[in-house]
Design a protein around this ligand. Structure first.
Ligand code: GLN
Length: 299
């Protein structure tokens, strides 16, 4: 009898621990990442999932930290404020580390690099950055490309778009003469749209890193530790190689022209992408049902 009592006590105790642990899992173990999912191959929409290098790195980090990853799609220039005010935990968006951004957020260790390039139509008379004066230049709002170009050529010559896809669309439509954007998305856009080419620039190499709130040094340390482990394990190189193969065909998204609303994904499980893209998935349906979607589109 005494044994039964002890046994049931142990059982109650075990159940209590289990309940506590699972409860903790629900309330604290979620990593909310913000991105701008129109920046292939770092982030783009496939079906109704956000995939790409940043999504996969975040997923791998989340797994290391025992957290579930949730990805929110928002305007690029909303990301830093969202990190700073705590509405997202982290931003991974092919985001360049800059001194100005460092005034608002902390940056993790860098996991990739980029350079700004110029996309023009194949028959363009723009052959180098020297030819940009007096031209209409398309950029993504709030990006380093926007910042450099606006400073150098003046606001009146710059057309800002909320993402790279819309900027490239404006180039195809003849509304701008060129688009200044990071090299890897540029390659993707040129691969997806006939009649475009890339001009190299002399802009310096930029470091991409995750942005984390200044007061969340705990997450910063955890992220950097997980990133270092994933780098040592070869996982980061593997993810980058998958999307930017050193030889051969890149994994590119379907050409997409409908970019009116950010796509909200919730609780992305594994962001494993299949190498072959189903032909019928060109039309992405934006899920704007949750309250976060309203929040991000309203900005
Ligand atoms: N690397 C650029 C920046 O940080 C562009 C990033 C992006 O458009 N997602 O400003």
């Amino acid at each position: 009898m005494k044994h039964v009592k002890i046994l049931s006590l142990i059982l109650v105790f075990a159940l209590a621990i289990g309940a506590f642990a699972s409860c903790g899992g629900k309330t604290t173990k979620k990593l909310v990442m913000g991105t701008n999912a129109s920046f292939p191959p770092y982030e783009y929409v496939e079906g109704n999932e956000i995939v790409g290098i940043d999504a996969e790195i975040a997923q791998a980090v989340a797994e290391k930290l025992g957290m579930a990853l949730e990805i929110k799609d928002m305007e690029f220039d909303s990301l830093i404020p969202a990190v700073a005010n705590g509405s997202i935990d982290i931003a991974l968006a092919g985001m360049t580390v800059t001194d100005e951004r460092k005034e608002s957020v902390n940056f993790s260790d860098s996991y990739a690099t980029g350079v700004q390039v110029i996309i023009v139509k194949e028959d363009s008379d723009i052959a180098s950055p020297d030819d940009l004066a007096g031209k209409k230049i398309g950029v993504q709002t709030g990006t380093t490309g926007d910042i450099y170009i606006t400073k150098e050529y003046g606001q009146e010559n710059v057309s800002q778009y909320s993402n790279g896809s819309l900027a490239v669309q404006a180039l195809l439509n003849g509304q701008v003469d060129c688009v200044v954007i990071d090299n890897e998305p540029a390659k993707n856009y040129v691969a997806q749209n006939a009649g475009l080419k890339i001009l190299e620039t002399e802009y310096t190499t930029e470091n991409y890193a995750a942005a984390i709130a200044k007061n969340n040094t705990e997450l910063l340390e955890k992220f950097n530790k997980a990133l270092a482990e994933l780098t040592a394990e070869g996982k980061i190189a593997e993810i980058i190689e998958k999307y930017i193969p050193s030889d051969g065909e890149a994994v590119t998204p379907e050409p997409d022209t409908s970019e009116s609303a950010p796509v909200e994904t919730s609780e992305t499980e594994a962001v494993e992408t299949s190498e072959s893209v189903p032909a019928e998935s060109s039309e992405t349906t934006a899920e704007t049902t949750s309250e976060e979607a309203t929040e991000t589109t309203a900005a």
